[in-house]
Design a protein around this ligand. Structure first.
Ligand SMILES: O=C(O)C(=O)C[C@H](O)[C@H](O)COP(=O)(O)O
Length: 213
């Protein structure tokens, strides 16, 4: 079922870290979402990287209304439509094509397009998007690159993702143009496989205490 999209500010600013989630087994979706919410992390990006991802989004949207579940790894308009039908309340992509940007805009999506260069950021901005995922954050120049982009393009807000750890997170969160960061470390595969939900709640709690700039 299609749900109302979340507000952009809610998605970008509810917590310092947005977990990037890969779900292999559908039965893990709801307990994982509950564990993260219990730790104070409500905005969840479920990547469309596994066959159960859309069903996982649907299950979380139905069973965990406190969560704001979004879809990651959106590559094209078809992915957007499927994610919307499953109940995703926002979308994230690793990169952006003009087709994808226009489909997100036409669908009224709360959408964070992935960019890694000033030119890509300018294309996203020209298509109406000013809140962007900076991916892959560390290989693409990390903190220094974001500072440099902030000079000529101060109107852009970023969620850097890719290669960030709890140790380096504060450096990113201190930047004036960073609202939140993305990270897979809040939902590590070994803990999900072990169904160690308490450990995931503890990771989530720790992430909410990270200082923001
Ligand atoms: O799946 C997607 O759509 C992506 O864009 C990739 C993820 O954002 C990164 O894989 C997360 O990076 P790590 O925190 O370094 O693991």
């Amino acid at each position: 079922m299609r749900r109302a999209f979340a507000g952009l500010d809610e998605v970008m600013n509810s917590a310092p870290v947005m977990p990037v989630i890969v779900i292999d087994r559908l039965e893990h979706a709801v307990p994982l979402a509950r564990a993260l919410v219990a730790g104070g992390v409500r905005v969840l990006e479920v990547t469309l990287r596994t066959p159960v991802a859309l069903d996982a989004i649907r299950a979380i949207a139905d069973a965990v209304p406190e969560a704001i579940v979004g879809a990651g790894t959106l590559l094209n308009a078809h992915d957007l439509q499927a994610a919307g039908q499953a109940g995703a309340r926002f979308g994230v992509s690793p990169g952006a094509t003009v087709d994808l940007l226009r489909a997100a805009r036409a669908g009224g999506w709360t959408f964070l397009p992935g960019v890694m260069t000033p030119s890509e950021a300018m294309v996203a901005l020209a298509e109406g998007f000013h809140a962007l995922k900076f991916f892959p954050a560390v290989p693409a120049g990390g903190v220094e690159m974001l500072k440099a982009i902030g000079g000529p393009l101060p109107q852009l807000r970023f969620c850097p993702t890719g290669g960030i750890s709890p140790a380096t997170a504060p450096d990113f969160l201190a930047l004036a143009n960073v609202d939140c960061i993305g990270g897979s470390w809040l939902a590590p595969r070994p803990l999900i496989e072990a169904e160690d939900w308490d450990a995931i709640t503890a990771l989530a709690q720790q992430s909410t205490r990270l200082p923001r700039g």
